[in-house]
Design a protein around this ligand. Structure first.
Ligand SMILES: Cc1cc2nc3c(=O)[nH]c(=O)nc-3n(C[C@H](O)[C@H](O)[C@H](O)COP(=O)(O)O)c2cc1C
Length: 376
């Protein structure tokens, strides 16, 4: 399992693991893949701590950082500083919506977090908040890739990352979005099918991947959405991708911070237990269906706000679920893809990489046998 992109990035296998856990980043990169740390939930100061830790533990292996600058969000044309933008957005959250979010939590016996945890937080969902994260990432030479979710990164940011000698990747859910990334000079396009965990479009992976490959060739494409085995990677490469980008699988590894109760919920879930919901971030995001997601769907209840306003409401649920992970599964933010239906056990990250490589070899070996039999 080797593609030209492996040579360009200095990695053994074209397996990219998106995760919020630094231990998973290290374990994946050390096993020959490419770990990518999701930065959206970290303040710049916290991100610096995480990256220093990764640098100390990862040896000579490269890794990536993922930021979120959406193409469209409330307040995007304001040109305000992160602090001013936060204040302006806070004033835009209707009290009724905030009270509704609080009521869902209290109805489930979830204590509302106090102080800062309960404030309407902005996190890294805007250009103003993501830019300092990029600055910090670029101070770490082993960060060789910056990926952006939800849109084409701004032109000056792409130029800045290139000037620092790093590559830029961006996620997309349609050939049209892929074209915008390509025209802006993005180096690697990540095509994420609608079955994927987190923000996603509606088109399924097996239909989307080859369309994006055709649209942006010869720019390398990573296939995302629904990868939890080496057979699925074989399918992705057969459809023209140069590698696999996955997220859900890395919730079910020993190095992940997820608790045993959370992992048991994933192990029990079938592929039909996820939903594309706007109830946490304001944009359609695939996650485990639960009482929180259902409440925002019910007629008569407040509708979710746009991005990033909705997270200013749901952020208190996320803070509560971080604090009391095992008691809050029914209202927790649990982004995960339909592939959750095949994730039934917790493995070591290195064992996942090893299994995927072996499954890939088995799958491609079977195809070769078919060819040999046909030619015999
Ligand atoms: C828990 C979780 C959180 C995610 N958060 C982000 C994010 O902040 N930024 C991003 O680019 N992608 C995010 N994603 C999407 C992943 O990068 C990846 O594209 C997706 O998980 C691939 O589909 P899969 O879940 O079927 O593997 C997230 C996925 C999961 C499962």
């Amino acid at each position: 399992m080797h593609t030209p992109l492996c040579g360009e990035l200095g990695i053994e296998f074209p397996i990219f693991a998106f995760t919020h856990c630094r231990d998973v980043v290290v374990a994946v990169s050390k096993a020959g893949g490419f770990g990518v740390l999701g930065a959206v939930g970290f303040t710049p100061e916290q991100l610096e701590v995480e990256l220093n830790w990764i640098d100390e533990h990862i040896g000579d292996h490269p890794y990536g950082v993922d930021i979120v600058i959406p193409n469209k969000y409330e307040g995007m044309d304001s040109n305000l500083s992160a602090e001013e933008l936060t204040k302006m957005l806070q004033s835009m959250v209707p009290q009724e919506t905030l009270d509704f979010g609080r009521k869902i939590l209290t109805d489930h016996g979830v204590p509302l977090p106090e102080g800062d945890d309960n404030a309407l937080q902005l996190l890294g969902w805007t250009e103003a908040t993501a830019t300092p994260q990029v600055e910090i990432a670029l101070q770490h030479p082993k960060v060789t890739l910056i990926a952006n979710a939800l849109g084409t990164p701004p032109a000056d940011m792409i130029a800045h990352i290139h000037d620092a000698g790093r590559k830029v990747a961006a996620l997309c859910g349609s050939p049209a979005q892929a074209r915008k990334h390509a025209d802006a000079g993005v180096d690697i396009i990540i095509a994420q099918g609608g079955e994927g965990g987190g923000h996603c479009g509606e088109v399924g992976s097996i239909v989307l991947w080859p369309q994006v490959v055709k649209e942006v060739a010869p720019i390398p494409v990573l296939a995302a959405g629904g990868i939890g085995s080496g057979q699925q990677i074989a399918a992705a490469l057969a459809l023209g991708a140069q590698g696999a980008w996955s997220g859900s699988q890395w919730l079910m590894v020993e190095e992940a911070e997820n608790t045993a109760v959370q992992q048991a919920a994933y192990a029990k879930a079938s592929s039909r237990d996820t939903v594309r919901s706007r109830s946490f971030t304001g944009k359609p995001c695939r996650m485990l269906r639960n009482d929180w997601t259902e409440a925002w769907e019910k007629e008569g209840n407040p509708a979710p706000l746009g991005m990033p306003l909705q997270y200013m409401v749901s952020g208190m649920a996320v803070a509560a679920t971080h604090k009391y992970p095992d008691e809050t599964v029914d209202v927790a933010f649990n982004p995960v893809g339909q592939v959750v239906g095949q994730l039934t056990k917790v493995e070591k990250s290195a064992a996942v990489i090893e299994r995927w490589v072996q499954e890939y070899l088995d799958a491609t070996g079977t195809l070769e046998q078919f060819n040999e039999a046909a030619n015999a």
